[in-house]
Design a protein around this ligand. Sequence first.
Ligand code: XUL
Ligand code: CO
Length: 431
Amino acid sequence: MAHFFDGIEGLRFDPASTGTAFRHYNPDEIVLGKRMEDHLRFAVAYWHSFAWPGGDPFGGQTFDRPWFGDTMELAKLKADVAFEMFDLLGVPYFCWHDADIRPEGATFAESRRNFEEIIDYFEGKMEACKTKLLWGTANLFSHRRFMSGAATNPDPDIFAWSAATVKLCMDATHKLGGENYVLWGGREGYETLLNTDLKRERQQAGRFLQMAVEYKHKIGFKGAILVEPKPQEPSKHQYDFDVATVYGFLKEFGLEGEVQMNIEQGHAILAGHSFEHELALASSLGLFGSIDMNRNDYQSGWDTDQFPNNVPEVALAYYEVLKAGGFTTGGTNFDAKLRRQSLDPVDLIAGHAGAMDVCARGFKAAAAMMEDGTLEAMRAERYAGWEKDASQAMLQSDFASIAARVEDSGIDPQPTSGRQEILENIVNRFV
Ligand code: XUL
Ligand code: CO
């Protein structure tokens, strides 16, 4: 026992609670024929909850955690606390970067040994608890060696270091039975074109991703490879800007069908989209994989990674997840961190508990909208003209014959209402 959460009880479902309990998330409740836990597949992000010290651009560490430090002993204490929290929350999954879980060694080999020792330690812990690995990933952005990129670095040795790191993280994800492997290109972009060979860098990134896919098949990893788009921060211009950009990239490098997307609420906002837009687009392209659930500040313009607390927003996101057929290997990873003044163990629990409740409320609203069916019926009605044989035949014809038919038939198309307010009112009945 690490005693960090002493005095805090495991969370129960208690709709009448005014304290820290789930008032909406009931893992066993059946929604659309499936347990809520199996729909939502919640995961805790190791980096925000256990590795982040509470800094901002103007000040450093605010959190005082007994496991902060660079020794293996402290890394194991961190793991003890993490698994205690997974138990208290009853979450089915967690996610990590290599750098979150092990101290950096003096050489690559020493870092590898540290990492593998912690992975073994995790394996032991996972035998005794229900929490599984949703995904692993490599941190190829924090250390100064990655300041000019990982796969896209002008220095081939950094490409090599990055490839060796991803290999290690994929091996570990596979060993722990992880259900996905994520690549977020934190530094795969540039600050100024004056020192950047954009064409070369994108080629390097494409080959790197091909190698990750080749390695997945080589080791027999059955999980999904997911790319996480983000438009800027840390790099001014990132090559994986949004879902549409990543789709083009995957086509260019022959990776469609091999790679799906991990879509984050805050990244969608930074790209000038809504979360549901990114989800709907990924789904329409057959690329929907998993979500990083959080909330971005709409005014600040940077990635604030707050816990979600806006039910109507979350409902529209899960509506798209449900329309995509729900999660298969993916889940709801809380890529969210406390505010830096939230110092106490209970703040960590409350952040997650509240987020799980918000997701449960949003999800139930989304499920109710699906069951009600009015939204889908009205959408279908809007496109009903396209269901006619003549309309489909037109798509097989050409401009000249269409133009002839327009004159011959004397059609006189009249605008019809898009009904946005009525549709929004319908959504508001459920959220
Ligand atoms: C950064 C971010 C990462 C990825 C994993 O904005 O979202 O935490 O999710 O590297
Ligand atoms: Co993320």
